[in-house]
Design a protein around this ligand. Sequence first.
Ligand code: SF4
Length: 331
Amino acid sequence: MDCDKCGREAVMNAAYSGLHLCEDHFLSSVDKRVRRRVREDNLVPDDATPEEPETWVVGLSGGKDSVVLTDILHRTFERDPRIELVALTVHEGIEGYRDESVAACEELTAELGVRHELVSYEEEFGVRMDDVVEDDPENMAACAYCGVFRRDVLSRYAEELGADKLLTGHNLDDEAQTALMNFLEGDLAQIAKHFDASLGGFDERGAGEDPTREAGDHFVPRAKPLRDVPEKEVALYAHLADLPAHITECPHASEAYRGEIQSLLHDLEENHPGTRHSIMAGYEELAALAAEELGAREGGSADLGECEQCGAATTRDRCRKCSLLDALHAA
Ligand code: SF4
């Protein structure tokens, strides 16, 4: 098959658009989609200047999504002094998994000349995810603990690094899966949160939204500039651009429901190309309506206080992270 743009050999065929593209035109089409999303989401504010640049903290796990996002953002803004990129990696303490992906992060950031910060649960909380799954005092899935700890670390470090925005590498498949899950679970509050740009998570599988999130546990606006690009295309991009991505699944990954939704969406997309795009187009409108309605009902304000142990914003006396850490340290 030939490239529709130049007639050279095509490396991909996008059934949803009917386009066949060669390597060069495919790579540039992904770059363009990310840059268009940055523009359409108004991520670069009018008042950003070289003297007062914006700091964008990019969650870099070392997986293909965050590696591709970091690479594209770097090339987009390397000559734009209004934007400063900082890559932030969280080490959860997962043997045989995270060490390799941290190495990929270090290789990429050294190559690009991007500042790289590494934080670990062990240093922050005195726990490692490998031990958490052994003890499991709350009888929960590993990701439920991990999500709470990750959000706490990211919120604090984003503030400490002076971040104006926190960017994550969620792709189109991640987003369509989350949309469908929230819809099928009938979770209007979760749907409404999609409208709030302060969404997402740093789960490298894209499973960031989880029900353990507390209102107000993040303050830095979040963005997902890779969300128009299908997962397969992100993987192809990482391969063709020879990026140092670490492609292994976390041994503690445990979201059976998301797996079911993933295979359902895969079949729908095969039979009806464009399904993921149309889900997201409708979902974004629905989320805006839900946010407006819920905001009007609740008067637009959450009843937030401070955790008596760590001072983090929470609707309870002690935040979820402190409760979980107490249970783990007592186990
Ligand atoms: Fe943590 Fe779950 Fe992601 Fe593994 S898959 S890193 S346990 S959130």
